[in-house]
Design a binder for this molecule. Structure first.
Ligand code: F3S
Length: 391
């Protein structure tokens, strides 16, 4: 049983209103299920389930009731992407019904006091310090926070992240406990990982093998930040991995060992990537692009033109778009589009006449055939951009 303070008990008994009671019930249920000893304060919450495509009507009704109660989030809270770019709603060509339903969801979150960041890389907007507790619900951001930033979060669902935001706390179990953050499987990689999409393929392979176990990965030679982002996003797509470790004290290295070679990566690549001769869409920005990725795309595009018969879409947060304005201009002048607030997985791109896409994201390659009914081919960021420009 989760130990509750007197004040938390009052919240659970409904003394502060039904909305706080519901939020507290969600946290206590989760805590009991996973044997948490108490609730611990959080530094921030990040809420998924924002796009109308993934949220649907029933959950929107629930949000409506929460907002009508007047409750506000207690901890700083941010939002995952929605179904369209707020400044270019026409691009996704949503039906009137979907557009209004999405706008309604955003209004409701705003009423609850949640910041409209609409990005899956909240850490590029405001980086949480090391060793703070978070309640984040975007799986790629969860792995990034635990593995790269050194912050502590379980892989929350949208409702539990929102409940944590309202209460300002999360149950103390899983990734919040030092002993559960240790690596459980030693992974030795003996393969040539030359670019970020290869890290994604490694993540897809390992996610399937590991399930939710934490790997200690050896053999990655000075990986870049964006490569680790792709690795984490993919690990959390084919598996339920919440953290990876690149070095751990030799005294506590795990006994269980696996190795990964070129053949494993080749097999995983062929599972998620098809031969697409002329993609309808070249998509970069899953997870949302960083400043340095936008800069690199611009440098490849400089002086070139995107072909007439292909769309080049780059997704990022509004914050990163603002800070990389000069590079955004180069991309857009060349014929690409830098979109904010959204991504292709959480919108209906299949209804835009897009049947095939080229991307550098293994996570997109993993989900898009089902979520968007499109054929996907995987390549490096450079290859993607160059392919969009080839005549
Ligand atoms: Fe982000 Fe969409 Fe990928 S939410 S992690 S760009 S599927």
């Amino acid at each position: 049983m989760v130990y509750l303070t007197k004040d938390e008990e009052r919240a659970l008994d409904g003394e502060y209103g039904w909305a706080i009671q519901v939020a507290m019930r969600i946290l206590v249920k989760l805590g009991d299920l996973f044997k948490a000893d108490r609730l611990i304060p959080i530094h921030s919450a990040h809420i998924s389930g924002v796009s109308y495509k993934t949220l649907g009507d029933a959950a929107t009704e629930f949000l409506e009731e929460l907002a009508a109660s007047g409750v506000k989030v207690k901890a700083p809270a941010t939002l995952n992407p929605a179904a369209f770019d707020l400044e270019r709603p026409q691009l996704m060509r949503l039906t009137e019904h979907r557009l209004n339903a999405q706008k309604r969801i955003l209004r409701l979150y705003e009423d609850l006091g949640v910041k409209q960041t609409l990005s899956c890389t909240p850490y590029y907007i405001s980086k949480p310090p090391r060793n703070v507790h978070l309640s984040w619900a975007e799986s790629s951001a969860v792995v990034y926070a635990n593995s790269v930033l050194g912050s502590w979060t379980n892989r929350e669902g949208g409702p539990s992240a929102l409940a944590s935001a309202i209460i300002g706390a999360t149950p103390n179990y899983g990734m919040h406990r030092p002993e559960e953050r240790e690596g459980k499987v030693m992974v030795t990689v003996d393969a040539d990982l030359r670019s970020e999409e290869k890290f994604g393929v490694l993540g897809i392979h390992l996610g399937k093998v590991l399930g939710d176990e934490i790997p200690v990965i050896q053999g990655l030679k000075s990986p870049k930040e964006r490569e680790l982002k792709q690795l984490g996003a993919a690990l959390a797509s084919s598996g339920m991995v919440s953290r990876f470790i690149l070095s751990q004290k030799s005294s506590s290295l795990p006994q269980e060992k696996i190795s990964v070679g070129e053949r494993d990566l080749k097999n995983s690549l062929s599972d998620i990537s098809s031969e697409v001769e002329k993609p309808d869409l070249v998509f970069i920005g899953c997870p949302h692009c960083s400043y340095s990725e936008i800069k690199e795309i611009a440098s490849i595009l400089y002086g070139k033109k995107v072909r007439e018969d292909v769309r080049l879409w780059v997704c990022t947060s509004r914050h990163v778009k603002r800070t990389s304005k000069e590079y955004v201009e180069i991309i857009e002048r060349a014929g690409g589009k830098v979109l904010c607030d959204t991504c292709i997985i959480v919108s209906w791109i299949e209804e835009l006449g897009i049947d095939s896409l080229l991307t550098n994201s293994a996570k997109t390659a993993y989900y898009a055939p089902n979520m968007n009914r499109v054929e996907v081919s995987l390549a490096s960021l450079r290859e993607c951009v160059e392919k969009a420009c080839e005549s």
